[in-house]
Design a protein around this ligand. Sequence first.
Ligand code: UDP
Ligand code: MG
Length: 152
Amino acid sequence: MERTLILLKPDAVQRALCGRVLTRFEEKGLKIVGMKLMHISDELAARHYAQHKERPFYAGLVRFMTSSPVVALALQGNGAIAMCRKMMGATFGADAEPGTIRGDFGSSRSFNLVHGSDSPEAAARELALFFPEGLVEWDYQSTWIYDASEEL
Ligand code: UDP
Ligand code: MG
């Protein structure tokens, strides 16, 4: 089992697309083990995007990511990291394949709706940054489907 950090970025929140994007991950079979709406501080943005510090788009990226709340998600599943990256599509909306989240909802470069960890090392680092309190352990129970929750 792998865990990955997904951020529904400020544009996804402002465009009221959080539910639709989250639904895709849920339908694929990824389990939510952490979820919160939060403002990213300048300091957290700097730590999260430390690898991009020297890039020309860095200042704008930090301004964008701190401009409005994001939804931080910790998702769990077999091969979750690569699977989520595939579902997100290429970085820029205009280049991303139809059928991917960025390809279906985005046409901007910076405003590309989602972040996803790109390696197990990045996932561990980013999950610790966004969920220092830890994640939620739970299992799916079929009793909820059959209206037998009183037997829990
Ligand atoms: N970004 C940007 N301009 C660029 C490259 C990246 O605004 O020329 C932003 C974009 O929001 C992207 C983020 O910086 O998601 C991180 O870039 P990265 O190359 O890591 O892309 P990702 O891993 O998100 O696909
Ligand atoms: Mg990246």
